[in-house]
Design a protein around this ligand. Structure first.
Ligand code: PGA
Length: 246
């Protein structure tokens, strides 16, 4: 069976370099035959992995859509690559909430794939859309995917694209989605990606209040290939339990 993909998204945490090194060291030690673990620290802590004997698989939480130039505050794909990063989260809802558009996300995916990075593309609906029902959710997520993936090189996406389904209302709230509902969405995403982009069985992760108590209920659903873990990835013990429970 294919390994499950577990992504630790630290977001803007922890506060200090020493705390980050401690967390990275602990999470780099986690091993599982059943899971591929990808750690996504903030940019400023990515280089800490160079200090470890066993380097973890590293992801970044974002990237800029241009290769170089006058873009104050931004980070390029080659900068990430030079730090040993092999995955990048693109289009997280917390970035979309800051104004990131599907057009920008589309350009970020393109430059990341061209650089050989694995892309973890986040999609997911707000509570308002969720309340309108299944059809509205599919329409919303389908439209995000279409806009973000349009014009991308299918051969690159085939091996390098992962989609994370993250209902916004489930992120950081302690109220995870019903695993059956997420599995249905994972099926919908796979179908859409297959029909529109001719990519078979794109890996789909679930994200939103994942913890050691609910991880199995998500990963046991067919079609859910892993999880994007936020808050619980900041607690070494809890994250260790998630990995152990897989
Ligand atoms: P959470 O975050 O696990 O804290 O809900 C998930 C995410 O935003 O990726």
């Amino acid at each position: 069976m294919a390994k499950k993909i577990i992504v630790a998204n630290w977001k803007m945490n922890p506060r200090t370099e020493s705390a980050a090194l401690k967390l990275l060291r602990a999470e780099a030690k986690l091993k599982s035959k059943r899971a591929r673990i990808i750690i996504c620290p903030p940019y400023s802590f990515l280089e800490l992995s160079g200090r470890l004997k066993n380097r973890p698989v590293l992801g970044a939480q974002d990237v800029f859509w241009a290769e170089k130039g006058a873009h104050t505050g931004e980070i390029s794909v080659s900068m990430l690559r030079s730090l040993g990063v092999s995955y990048v989260i693109i289009g997280h809802s917390e970035r979309r909430a800051l104004g990131e558009t599907d057009k920008e996300i589309n350009k970020k995916i393109k430059i990341a794939l061209d650089a050989g990075l694995n892309v973890i593309l986040c999609v997911g609906e707000s509570r308002a859309v969720h309340l309108r029902g299944k059809g509205a959710v599919e329409k919303f997520v389908g439209s995000e995917l279409a806009k973000d993936m349009t014009g991308q090189d299918a051969s690159k996406m085939k091996s390098k694209l992962i989609v994370a389904y993250e209902p916004i209302w489930a992120i950081g709230t302690g109220k995870a989605d019903a695993p059956e509902d997420s599995a249905r969405m994972a099926g919908y995403i796979k179908r859409l990606v297959r029909e529109k982009f001719k990519i078979q069985n794109v890996p789909v992760l679930y994200g939103g209040s994942v913890n050691s108590g609910n991880i199995v209920s998500f990963l046991s659903q067919s079609g859910i290939d892993g999880a994007l873990v936020g808050g619980a990835s900041l607690k070494t013990g809890e994250f260790g339990k998630i990995i152990k429970n897989i």
